[in-house]
Ligand binder design. Structure first.
Ligand code: SDX
Length: 436
């Protein structure tokens, strides 16, 4: 029998060996199937943070961190960013192919059909305190969708899965805009289905009933670009959370809510908010060396937000695209006296200093997608506490696509990592009266 490609792991103490199958990948590194190691050698493998571990087989997104490559279903992010639109990218991520005209019209129609939010959900939002962080609201409301939509909870029914996917993608913009409106005390707006997906979101965010409103084409295009770039990204922390939750059979709304909770962390999707806070704290470019020194000091927990990435050891291709868009948008909006220009200039200067600093060069620390995205969002008038919400709206597409792929993956079972135990050995219970 053709043994195929294998690697052998040998224990130099017991002399035992195990041959592990190498599973080829279409792009990128092949993987070693280590499932027989515990039974053959008696060891678990150990990989905190899963930096060297493949958790699943996927066909959705591919990243080459060394070359700075990002593909959605094989299409380069640069081409999609330039030539596609967000909802078409959503279709591509979900279905694996770009839609024909008929498929596009049908998909667009379904999204529009489900763009409104149940009125009880809007009452539900009003139960939050006035200064609730929109991400905290979003996590709660998306999780609660399962209490409204009982007709899409059977994860073994492909029709239930398909409708839940449409509902989440269609409704998350209205939910997000409602969280924003609640925070500023303005009445909620309703979707206008004659508008495009991104245009509709902007009108639900910024329109008021007293005035006609349509977003500027420049603003709409900038946000469309942001959302295309943030739609999916392999098995990042939040997507891995969605898959782990999905592996237990949890309903899709609960899984996406869990992904949103994970995205909120400043090391992940919360970084865009943290970048702008950091740039604002750097009161002048002369202050930059002080912050770079802090970032290099092991005793200082401060990190340069927007720098570094688990996978990219080159500039994040999304950062390159966003940096140019940032420049164009600020030029277009108000030129040099644009109030955000100083923030952008500080960002450019910080990038230049960091990229020439040995510490960052040695560790392949480059700007990531979050480094410039906060500036674009600020230029669009989106408040700081809504930055990660925008990221979550876009990444809902990727989370849903990955969750759908998991449901159809025969290789998948409930996620249950092992551990390396370093606690107390076996010991007997001591009654209180006998303790010291
Ligand atoms: C996103 O996974 C994804 O795909 C995520 C994402 C997506 O689309 O889903 O791309 C979105 O989350 C982008 C990342 C946003 N986060 C930030 O910008 C926060 C700042 N970045 C760091 O927290 C960090 O770079 C991480 C969390 C992004 C990556 O962490 P790793 O891979 O675990 O890197 P590490 O901590 O092992 O760092 C290696 C070295 C360490 O120094 P030494 O121990 O070697 O001395 O680099 C240092 C770190 O201290 N380092 C930094 C740094 N990031 C890493 N030093 C200063 N500033 C930084 N930003």
């Amino acid at each position: 029998m053709n043994k195929g490609h294998t690697v052998t792991l040998t224990d130099n103490v017991s002399g035992k060996s195990v041959e592990c199958e190498v599973m080829e990948s279409v792009l990128g590194r092949s993987v070693i199937n280590i499932q027989s190691v515990p039974s053959e050698l008696g060891f678990f493998t150990h990989d905190p943070g899963f930096a060297s571990t493949s958790s699943c087989t996927s066909s959705i997104t591919y990243i080459d961190g060394r070359q700075g490559v990002l593909l959605y279903r094989g299409y380069p992010i640069e081409q999609l960013a330039e030539r596609s639109n967000f909802l078409e990218v959503v279709y591509l991520l979900l279905h694996g192919e770009l839609p024909s005209k008929a498929q596009w019209n049908a998909f667009n129609g379904k999204i529009r059909q489900h763009s409104m939010v149940h009125e009880s959900i809007r009452r539900f939002i009003s139960g939050y305190h006035h200064d609730a962080h929109p991400m905290g609201m979003l996590v709660g409301i998306v999780g609660a969708l399962s209490t409204f939509y009982h007709d899409t909870l059977d994860i073994n029914d492909p029709d239930h899965r398909a409708l839940a996917a449409i509902r989440m993608i269609a409704k998350v913009p209205a939910i997000a805009a409602d969280c924003y409106k609640f925070g500023i005390g303005q009445p909620f707006m309703y979707p206008i289905n004659s508008l495009g997906y991104v245009q509709n979101f902007l009108q639900m965010m910024f329109a008021v009933r007293a005035e006609p409103y349509l977003p500027s084409p420049v603003a709409e295009r900038a946000l469309e670009l942001m959302m295309i770039l943030h739609a999916d990204h392999e098995q990042n922390a939040s997507t891995s959370t969605v898959r782990l939750a999905g592996s237990s059979g949890a309903n899709p709304y609960a899984c996406i809510s869990a992904g949103m909770a994970t995205l909120w962390g400043p090391a992940h999707g919360g970084a865009n908010e943290a970048v702008v806070q950091m740039l604002r704290n750097i009161s002048s470019p002369d202050e930059i060396p002080k912050y770079v020194a802090r970032a290099k000091d092991r005793d200082d927990p401060f990190r340069l937000m927007g720098f570094g990435h688990r996978v990219y050891k080159n500039i994040d291709p999304r950062a390159k695209i966003i940096r140019q868009a940032c420049h164009d948008l600020l030029e277009d909006l108000e030129g040099a006296d644009q109030p955000l220009q100083p923030l952008f200039e500080t960002a450019l200067r910080l990038e230049e200093i960091a990229l020439n600093d040995e510490y960052f060069i040695e560790r392949n620390l480059y700007p990531n997608v979050d480094f410039y995205s906060g500036i674009i969002l600020s230029a669009l008038g989106i408040p700081l506490n809504m930055f990660t919400v925008i990221f979550a709206i876009a990444r809902t597409a990727g989370w849903v696509a990955q969750w759908m792929e998991l449901q159809e993956d025969s290789e998948q079972r409930i996620g249950r990592p092992q551990q390396r135990y370093v606690g107390q050995p076996l010991r007997e219970y001591v009654p209180m009266e006998d303790r010291g």
